[in-house]
Ligand binder design. Structure first.
Ligand code: GTP
Length: 345
């Protein structure tokens, strides 16, 4: 079984972290979130994947080398962004005639892919879309199905607050399904391919699973993924809370809350407080500083006595001693200044 993993988005909602690191390569606990995605695929018998990215392409090379082994990765060039559908069409030359998985590479899930494949076969589907039930479907694509699971329509981002089953970003596709779509064009699978398949009467099914599912698209969701892993809510992911990587240093006089991940080489000095936050590799929190609901990018530095809440510091960003930052974003390599903080309403 093969899979196309979509990893080529710019991750604009995860800026400024994604200025230098593509979203799938941002560490989730001890390794890039893409590692978790690929390990999950392997657990369900997927041993070959195809990936491409027009965004920060070179950063993927080291990742691919570091994974040597299972699954085998075929990397293809995508010069211009082809969108979620176009990137899958572009990968078809490397897929054989059997149904294959296609999935967003920025989702944390313990979805039973083997069960989904059995469902796909049992329905004689041409495409199967994993569904996840949410109470508020507004930020997602709503996918109503009939009692047999057949998809009736696709409704991207409904305007009103309604519960429903949403597109969970994992698909099984028969290669023939995509043969009419041109290669090399920007195509959205959600907005173009699925609505066209449904309109043409092809058997498209929704597989509603009671699985853990979280899109790692925003800083809040990225933090939530860590909290859920630390609470053992994700099958196959086991870490102690708070999680302190080997090679990190936390002073005995520092205070770490339960929902904290401290990456390799990161440090927390005496009298510092860290709550509900993620410190990526090499990030440092100096003496007496406070870090709450914040992501510190690789080698980001929070100065002595500074305080940072609800914020994101990109790679090697710095918060000077004593500065207070709430709801702010600091770009890669920059030192924070008062303009990084949103103005009070
Ligand atoms: P935002 O800019 O914050 O919306 O993030 P994003 O660029 O990642 O977009 P989105 O979350 O909608 O993308 C869903 C999945 O498709 C992610 O795994 C992206 O990496 C991937 N993706 C989006 N656009 C492209 C593209 O043009 N090419 C490829 N190869 N993948 C894409």
């Amino acid at each position: 079984m093969k899979a196309v993993v979509l990893v080529g988005g710019e991750g604009t909602r995860m800026r400024p972290l994604t200025e230098t690191i593509p979203k799938p390569l941002i560490p989730l606990m001890d390794r890039p979130s893409l590692d978790h995605v690929l390990d999950h695929l392997v657990r369900h018998g997927v041993h070959e994947v195809v990936m491409s990215s027009p965004y920060l392409e070179s950063t993927f090379h080291g990742f691919i080398e570091s994974r040597h082994g299972d699954p085998r990765i075929t990397w293809i060039t995508e010069e211009q962004p082809l969108g979620t559908g176009g990137a899958i069409v572009h990968a078809l030359d490397h897929i054989d005639d059997a149904p294959f998985f296609a999935l967003n590479g920025d989702i944390l899930t313990d979805l039973d892919l083997s069960e989904m494949l059995r469902f796909h076969g049992s329905r004689g589907a041409t495409a199967t879309i994993a569904l996840h039930h949410v109470d508020d479907a507004r930020p997602f694509g709503l996918v109503p199905t009939d009692r047999s699971g057949r998809v009736q329509k696709f409704r991207e981002k409904p305007g009103e607050l309604i519960p429903g089953d949403i597109n969970a970003g994992t698909y099984i596709l028969d290669p023939g399904t995509l043969s009419e779509w041109p290669t090399g064009e920007n195509i959205s699978i959600e907005r173009q391919i699925f609505p066209a398949l449904i309109a043409s009467g092809r058997p498209v099914y929704g597989f509603l699973a009671d699985a853990y599912w979280l899109d790692l698209g925003t800083p809040q969701q990225y933090l939530q993924a860590h909290f859920d892993i630390l609470e053992n809510r994700v099958k196959g992911e086991h870490y102690r809370a708070p999680w302190v990587a080997e090679g990190a240093s936390v002073d005995l006089r520092a205070h770490l809350g339960r929902w904290v991940a401290v990456g390799p080489g990161a440090s927390v000095a005496a009298e510092a407080t860290v709550e509900d936050s993620v410190l990526l590799p090499g990030a440092s929190v100096a003496e007496g500083a406070t870090v709450v609901s914040t992501i510190l990018g690789p080698r980001a530095r929070v100065g002595p006595g500074a305080s940072v809440v609800d914020s994101v510091l990109a790679e090697e960003a710095r918060l000077p001693a004593g500065m207070v930052l709430t709801g702010g974003q600091v770009s890669a390599g920059r030192e924070a200044h008062p303009g990084d903080q949103p103005e009070a309403p």
